[in-house]
Every structure is written in C-alpha cells, then in structure tokens.
Ligand binder design. Sequence first.
Ligand code: GLU
Length: 462
Amino acid sequence: MKVVTRFAPSPTGLLHIGGARTALFNYLYAKHYNGSYLLRIEDTDKDRSTDKSLESIFEGLKWLGLIGDQPAIYQSNQIDKHKEIANKLAISDKAYYCYLSQLELETIRKQNKLQGKPFRSPWRDPYYRGERIGKPVLRIRMPDTGQTNILDLVQGNINVANQQLDDFVLMRSDDSPTYMLAVVVDDHDMGITHILRGDDHLNNAIRQTKIYEALNWQPPVFGHIPLIHGSDGAKLSKRHGAVGVEAYKNMGFYPEAVKNYLARLGWSHGNEEYFSQEQAISWFDGSSLGRSPARFDLQKLVAVNAQWLKKESFERLHTQILEYHTLQKNKKISDKFKERLKILLPHLLERNSIISELASEIDYLIYDGRPEINSEANKFLNDQSCNVLQLFSNILHELPSDATSFQIFIDDWLTKQKIKMQDLGIPLRIVLTGGKTAPSIFDLIQSLGLKEVSSRINEICN
Ligand code: GLU
C-alpha cells in the first residue's frame, strides 16, 4: 500500500509553528515510506478564511519546502462531493434529517446532559411524527451499542462506547457540509492512508471513524501528537513570542534549521539533535513520537541555527548576509565593503547565530565614516580616551600586518606609553564599530584599512 499523508490547514490565521510541525511530520512520514505528501486548504468557513492567511500559509510552507507533491486541493471546490456522500448516507439510513427547532434542541440537550447521555434527536425514529418546519440538518445515526476503536500511532489503543457519542451534524440546514463530513470525504477522495495531527483532533478522529464505517470505507491510520507548549508549560500562544513561521523567516533563520528543530518537538531518534532532512526521512517511521507535550525553546532553536550557519559555505553565507542587509536597508553595497565583510566574517560568526544578527552588525563595515555610537558606549568616550586614540593614530602606519607581530608591537607600545590594553581597546572598538563588543582590534584594522581607521578616530576625537 502506498502511504499518502496530508497537511490540511484552515486559512484562518498565520502558519503557526505547530502547523508547520504537523506539515513536517506528515512529510517525513510519507517520504520515509516513499509515499506522497499532499496539501489541502480547508477553506469552507468563509467568514473566518482570509486571503492574507492563505498567503501566509503558502509563503511559510514554500519557505520550509513543505508545499505538497501536487497542487493544493481546496475544500471549497469539493462541496458537490460532500453533498453526494451526505445523500448516500441519508438514503442508506446511516444518517437522518432532523427538523428540531433551536428551542427543542436546547431542551433535549439539557435533559440529556443531566442524565449523562449523548445527544440523540427524536427524528432518528422513522415513526416520529414531528412537524417539518424549515430546512433540516442531516445527522449521523450513531449506533446505540458497540464500541469504536482506533489504534493511534501516538496515543495507542482508544476505545469509546458508541452510546457516548452524539448524533452529530453532517450537513447544516443551509446545505453546507460540516468539517466532520468534509474532512472524511476529502481524505478518502485523496487516498489519504495516514494522518498525523494535533491531539486536539483526537475526539474528532473517533467521530470521523464512524463516518468511515457508515460508508464502508477504510479509515486512515491516525497519529495524534500533543500540542506544542511554551517554556512555562502552557499551550504555545502569542504571549510566548513569535508563533508564526513567517517571523522566523524574517529574522533570518535557516529553513533547514527550523525544520531540524521542529522535528525534535515531540519526536526523537536516539540523542540526535542536529540532522539533515535526509536523515530525518530515513529515521521517521512513525515510532518514537512522544506522548507528552514538547516545549518550544527559542534558545534551542537559535543553537540549532548556529550549527547550520557553521555548516554553510563561506561564499553563500557572505551573499546571504549582504542580501539580507540590502533588503532591510534598501541600499546597494559596493565591492569595497563586500571585501571588508569577507575579512571579518569568520570572527563575526563566533558570536552570532542568525543571519539577521550578522546583518545588523555590519553597518560599520559597509559604510565609510563615523558609525552610530550607542549611548552605553558613548560614556567611554572622553578627553582621556581620545588622547589615547590620537596617540595610537600616530603609529598606525608602523603596525605590523600579521597577528602575532601586531600583538607584540602593541603590548610593547602600551607598556612604553603606560597605557592599559583596555584603555585603548574599548574606545578604539567604539570609534570603529559604534559599540563595545566587536571583533579584535587587529581584525577590525585588517578589515577597515588604515585610512578608514585613522579617519574614524579623527572624526570622533577632533
Ligand atoms: N483544518 C483543520 C485545522 O486547521 C485540520 C483538520 C485535520 O487535520 O483533520 O485544524
């Protein structure tokens, strides 16, 4: 049997980190078994679906490479099929038309709740003689006896007595299909064999199984994954920070790193932390899916990204940083400045983990002239520090150009001048970069060149 999985987002919000993980798990599972991974847009809720959400979903999935093996299916285009199947269920008596008014509905619900019974409508009885006013809804006829069983890939064996299940609605009175019916019809139609999704759908899986049974269709294998939680243990939400995939794209994370990290949220392969998509595909066989909620930890994502950054080729990284910077600042960068970045890049990589961090640090490299000095750093610039800088400026042309001789020369000079290293190092980094934390002064001088170093000192200290 060919494995076919799907991701079925509703375009009612941004592509959430949790949604991206669901898409990834379905992708990995399908690819592990040489199967297909499909995308279906569940856009039947016209009031809540928006073009902006749809765009965000496609953008995010495209960025992650999880767009689906075939063009996306739109649920709203399938409505005729949903209706056809609803009709089939009504004709075969597996479903029935119910004309209860809102008031009657509420009364029965209240009574049943008091008695601890699920909802059953009197209209399920073919001899019921109620008044047929208005348009009916179509309800599933839930069996009164027996059990419904699913063997979930994550949650294990789940058994529910049919007696506990409602006669839920399949078609609304306005002739529109409910989510419960549409999902089953579409999954069957698309040949879906396995569904991995959030455990908030576990109750739905039991109900959907009843629709499969009523139609004599083979239900898919389900795997309900615990939802992702924030670092405080509560369900991941906006108050935990960015929950949309787009934000991570805009921050300059690598999609490979985001996928690597997401794969570890609720799934593991031994102690492997950093791995490629090919490795994940070869390991992701549906086992080792955790039953307790994983916690989203931004620091870990940053650490994973740092690993990917280190693996990146120097040339590609250089181009990516410049592209990112140009995009942010909308300014073209000349070759002279590109060279400066090449010299400093290895040092910048030592303390940055995301492209955006790198790109935001290079302002002082790609413009000539006085850098913008932050207020914290400004406190270190005074007459005394400027005196030291001017003395240093006078010996710039004598500085050796290899790192070891440079260090010996500077140490010697500082001793002679009775100046402490930090009294030169801190103000010099500030006038050259605008801040206190920067690569070593040797690397900075190599990158900026003597002329530019001298001009920055003069601009600030004259
Ligand atoms: N469209 C549903 C959602 O966004 C998912 C349906 C499903 O996976 O069965 O939550």
